[in-house]
Write a protein that binds this ligand. Structure first.
Ligand code: FE
Ligand code: FE
Ligand code: ZN
Length: 275
């Protein structure tokens, strides 16, 4: 069994997201810690956070996968963008303490011409600066499609960042099925081989969550355009193979497909029918 959910709007607060997830048939969800395209974060109501924690317990939810804003780029060349991103990361990890024991996923970043040699230590420094021993959150680095100058397209790049993280028990990876495919990994014909490679380079114990997406593009195209489950280049058979894979059971799977609520509900029901 896996936990399955999708991205939800945080406008109504924490408990509202939990109830919304249930309406969709989900038992986990993802949410942006602040406006995905901006920086401002709403004040957290501690009572609302507590209400979600007990709601999740009562309804057997899996771990949540919070998502950093898209504007965050901790390895940006521009110092102002970089400083802003470092501050957001620190602040977000402090705020995650209201819902302890969950995951916080971020895109490693885009090196914008500086090269990965410069970007990798910057990303690790940003995480080391933000992540404190008292934090009860595991930070996840998302596997990226390699669009533009994105860092984290290859498992090797992710491993280089993890190597430099001081609090090793608080770092993991979120495996995005569209991104890895777009990045060149054959999730369709050799998913066993992809996981074997992940294990060799990063270690499967680091794989904590999955972003479950089909792709509008063929393998190794570095595009990052998500498609509805079964309607893209991965296709239904490959996606069924991924969600039922023995090595991935017990993990939260988050849909990031181009959907409205009824669409998510259908996709969640379809995936549950395979369990
Ligand atoms: Fe993402
Ligand atoms: Fe993703
Ligand atoms: Zn994507």
């Amino acid at each position: 069994m896996i936990n399955i959910g999708c991205h939800l709007s945080s406008t109504g607060g924490f408990l509202a997201m939990g109830k919304h997830a249930t309406e969709l048939g989900a038992d986990t969800f993802a949410f942006f810690t602040r406006n995905p395209r901006g920086g401002a974060a709403k004040d957290i109501d501690p009572e609302d956070a507590k209400a979600l924690i007990s709601y999740m317990k009562d309804n057997n939810f899996g771990k949540l996968v919070a998502h950093a804003p898209y504007t965050m780029n901790v390895c940006a060349e521009k110092e102002s963008v970089r400083n802003f991103s470092w501050d957001v990361l620190s602040d977000d990890l402090d705020r995650m303490q209201y819902v302890p024991g969950n995951y916080y996923n971020l895109h490693p970043g885009s090196h914008v011409g500086q090269g990965t040699d410069i970007a990798v230590p910057m990303i690790a420094d940003a995480i080391n600066n933000a992540l404190k021993p008292e934090h009860d959150t595991i930070v996840l680095l998302e596997t990226m499609a390699g669009k533009g100058s994105e860092v984290g397209r290859t498992f090797e790049e992710i491993a280089m960042i993890i190597d430099r993280i001081e609090l090793k028990d608080k770092i993991g990876v979120c495996f995005d099925t569209c991104h890895t495919w777009d990045g060149g990994y054959d999730n369709v014909n050799d998913f066993d081989g992809v996981l074997k490679e992940f294990d060799k380079v990063i270690g499967l114990d680091r794989l904590k969550a999955v972003h479950l997406n089909d792709s509008k593009n063929d393998r190794d195209t570095h595009k990052d355009r998500h498609e509805l489950i079964g309607k893209g280049f991965l296709g239904l058979d490959a996606i069924r193979n991924i969600v039922t894979h023995p090595l991935l059971q017990g993990k939260p799977f988050i849909l990031e497909t181009p959907n409205d609520d009824p669409g998510y509900k259908d996709e969640i029901a379809l995936i549950r029918s395979w369990m």
